[in-house]
Structure formats: structure tokens, C-alpha cells
Design a protein around this ligand. Sequence first.
Ligand SMILES: [Mg+2]
Length: 213
Amino acid sequence: MTRPSRRVWVFDLDDTLHDASTHIFPVMNRAMTQYIMNYLNLNEDDAHALRRHYWRVYGATMKGLARHHGVDPAHFLHNTHQFPDLAQMVVQRKKLRHRLQRLPGRKVVFTNAPKQYALRVLGLLGITDIFDEVFSVESSRFHPKPSARGFARMLKTIKAGPADCIMLEDSLPALMTAKRLGMKTVWVSRKLMKPNFVNLRIPSVLALTHARL
Ligand SMILES: [Mg+2]
């Protein structure tokens, strides 16, 4: 059994620690489609389809654009994560800070989003100080989840073994990698099914208690 002191809670950010789907993703998706239209000279429908295709294949639109079109990942991420109205877009959840504080062990964020955006969201949620590390897509050297290379770099950075980690995610491909590496997996989802590589499914991060893992 993992000793509590060695346990590391590895949190995804968007749609895990907060609801990004309602206000943030629609704006982000439009910004990404617009970027693809501008830089690859595509019409809106084709740009939209390409964005979704790369997101499905690579887990991140950025990776497909970098690999197949020579797009600079940093330039793409900077241009698609501006959000001047972010304070009105982040959905606050009462008790989130309290719930996180009660979890024994270290907590880190592991996100496919850029660092500056992640820090802004965490700041608005009032939980920045809870985390020992905010491991962003730049930290992964642009090997976003579900890439095992990104996971390996994250584990090295936080100086933890996979057996010490509990990965909390809304994305199943990322959880599949986590499980394959030897982590425990918590799927944050309201779906009723539970794949066999998921140890626990919870409808919201607020439902998390360490007693159940
Ligand atoms: Mg997510």
C-alpha cells in the first residue's frame, strides 16, 4: 500500500479542476479554428475539421499542427489562449480549495495547456498555493498527454514514481497512459460506464475523498 506521505495527486486542469467546457472551450476552439484559417489558408469548415482531427489523433491540436505544418507550438498556444475576460469565464466551485487541502500528500497540476493560462485559472480559483508543481505543455517540451514521453518528464520533474501517483482526468486516453505506467486512475466524468483502466469514477473533483482509493 502506498504510504500517505509519498502519495502524489496529479490533477488535469480543464474539465477536471474546473469547468472549461461551458465558457472557455467554445472561445478557445474558435480561436484555434481562426488560427488554422489564417496560417494554413483554409476556409472555416476545413479548419474546424482539421482542428478536431488533430485533437482526436494527438490529444492536442498543437501537436498535429507542429508535426504536419511546421507551426511553432509556442506561437500557436500564445495566440489561442488570450482570454481577456477569463475572470468571467472560470466557473468557481465552493469547497474546492477545502477539498484539495484535505487530501494527504503532494498535489501537482499536469495540463496540456500553456503555463501562463494554467496559472491564471488556478489564481482565479484561488488554489495556486495548493500545488507543488504546475507542469504545463511547455514543461512537457510539447509532448502533451496522452504521450508517455510527457508523463515521463513530469514524473522526473516531481521526483515521483508512477506507483505513488493518482491521476485525475476527464480524458480517457490520458488515463490509459497513466494506468499503463502504473498510476492509479480517477476519471472525472458524469458518464455511467467505467473502462477497466479506470480505478474510480467520480462525477466531480468535489466528490474526491482519499478513503476510497
Ligand atoms: Mg481536461
